[in-house]
Design a protein around this ligand. Structure first.
Ligand SMILES: *Cc1c(COP(=O)(O)O)cnc(C)c1O
Length: 364
C-alpha cells in the first residue's frame, strides 16, 4: 500500500460536493477580485482567530513581507528568528533590506531557544519572528515580555499552526501581527496559493491593507511602495468551506500523532509537546540516529516521508556571505536526525500501523 505524506485526493473526495457548486457559483458571479467571498472569508477567519482584522493576500510569503514592511523594517534593522524553518521566514526580512539574526533552537520542540533570543538583542533589533514549527505553539509569553522591554514587535509566523491555541488565543493572535499561509500542504489550505495577516491593531491593519494594495489609500494615489497581493475569489470560496472543518481536521491530526507516539515509543524519538499550547501537528517529526536507514526503508515500502529541513537557513547558499561564520549546533544536529512521517486528517489507522511496522523493522 502506497501512503502519501498528505492525502489531498481523499480530502477532495470528502469536500467535492460542497466545494464544486460554490466554486461554480463564484465563477458565474464574475466578481473575481475583491469579491464577496474574499470579504466573507476575511471576516470569518478573523472571527475564528479572535482578532479584529484579517487581511488576505497572495501567499504566506507575502503575508510576512507585508507585515515586516508595515512595522517599518528597513536597512540597518535586525530581526531575530529561527534557522530551522522554511526560507520565507527569513528571505522576507532580506527583501526589506534588513538582516535576519538566527539563533539556535530548543532540541526538543525545534522552536526558538528563548534564552538565545534574549542574548541576541542589539540596539538594531526591530522585531522577533517566532515560527510555530510543525504546528507547535512557541511559548510566547516570555518573548512578548522581551519585546515590551526592548520596544520590539512580535510577528508570528503561523504558516504551520493555523488553529493551534496558546494562552487562550489562536495561533497568530498573540503577537502584534500573525501571518499564515494557505499553500496546499498547510493545515488550512487552498487549491493554490493564498495567505492571511491578522492583527488587533487598527493602525497596523490599515497600513497592511495599503501595502497589499499597491501602497494606495485612495485609488490611483500611491503613498508608499506597495504590492499587488490578493487572495482570489475562487480560493476564498474553498477556504470558507475548509475553515469550518479546520478544528475537526486538526483534532484528527492530534489523534494520529497520539497513535504514532504510542506505537513508536522506544523505537525512535517521538515529537515532544511542551504543553504550552495545543500542537496541531502540521508535521509529525521524529528524530533518530538511523534517520537515513528509516527514510530508505519507508521509501522502498512505498511510504512517503520527508526531511524538513535538510539545510538550516544559516547554511543556505543565499546566506553564505552574510551568515557564513554562524554555527548553530542544535539546529545542525536536528537537520541530520529529523524525519517527518505521513500525516493528514485522512490517514487511516491501518496506514499508521503500516508506517510504524516499517520503521520498527528498519531499526531492528
Ligand atoms: C509555508 C510557509 C511559509 C510561506 O508560505 P507560502 O504560502 O508558501 O508563501 C512561510 N513560513 C513557514 C514557516 C511556512 O511553512
Amino acid at each position: 500500500m502506497n501512503i502519501p505524506m498528505l492525502d489531498l485526493k481523499a480530502e477532495y473526495a470528502l469536500l467535492k460536493d460542497e466545494i464544486e457548486p460554490a466554486v461554480c457559483a463564484a465563477l458565474a458571479a464574475c466578481q473575481y477580485i475583491g469579491g464577496p467571498n474574499v470579504k466573507a472569508f476575511e471576516a470569518e477567519a478573523a472571527a475564528y482567530a479572535g482578532v479584529k482584522h484579517g487581511i488576505s493576500c497572495a501567499s504566506g510569503t507575502d503575508a510576512l513581507l507585508i507585515a515586516l514592511r508595515a512595522i517599518g523594517l528597513g536597512p540597518g534593522d535586525e530581526v531575530i528568528t529561527t534557522p530551522f524553518t522554511f526560507v520565507a521566514t527569513a528571505s522576507t526580512v532580506v527583501m526589506c533590506g534588513a538582516k535576519p539574526v538566527f539563533v539556535d533552537i530548543d532540541p526538543r520542540t525545534f522552536n526558538l531557544d528563548l534564552e538565545q533570543v534574549a542574548a541576541a538583542i542589539t540596539p538594531r533589533t526591530k522585531a522577533i519572528v517566532p515560527v510555530h514549527l510543525f504546528g507547535q505553539p512557541v511559548h510566547l509569553a516570555p518573548l512578548k515580555a522581551l519585546c515590551e522591554k526592548h520596544g520590539l514587535k512580535l510577528i508570528e509566523d503561523a504558516a504551520q499552526s493555523f488553529g493551534a491555541d496558546y494562552a487562550g488565543r489562536k495561533s497568530g493572535a498573540y503577537g502584534d501581527i500573525g501571518c499564515t499561509s494557505f499553500y496546499p500542504s498547510k493545515n488550512l489550505s487552498a487549491f493554490g496559493d493564498g495567505g492571511l495577516i491578522i492583527t488587533d491593531d487598527d493602525a497596523l491593519a490599515a497600513e497592511l491593507r495599503v501595502l497589499a494594495s499597491h501602497g494606495s489609500r485612495v485609488r490611483y494615489h500611491h503613498h508608499v511602495l506597495g504590492y499587488n497581493s490578493r487572495l482570489d475569489e475562487i480560493q476564498a470560496v474553498i477556504l470558507r468551506a475548509k475553515l469550518k472543518r479546520l478544528d475537526g481536521f486538526n483534532n484528527r491530526r492530534i489523534a494520529i500523532a497520539d497513535s504514532y507516539n504510542r506505537q513508536l515509543a522506544g523505537v525512535v524519538e517521538t515529537p515532544y509537546a511542551d504543553g504550552h499550547g495545543r500542537h496541531v501537528y502540521h508535521q509529525y517529526t521524529i528524530l533518530s540516529d538511523r534517520r537515513d536507514a528509516i527514510q530508505k526503508a519507508l521509501t522502498d515500502a512505498g511510504v512517503s516521508c520527508a526531511v524538513y529541513y535538510p539545510v538550516p537557513l544559516h547554511r543556505q547558499e543565499m546566506f553564505a556571505t552574510t551568515h557564513g561564520d554562524v554555527t548553530l549546533p542544535v539546529t545542525e544536529r536536528t537537520a541530520q536526525r529529523c524525519l517527518s512521517l505521513p500525516i493528514s486528517p485522512m490517514l487511516q489507522d491501518a496506514q499508521i500501523e503500516r508506517v510504524c511496522e516499517v520503521i520498527k523493522q528498519a531499526v531492528a
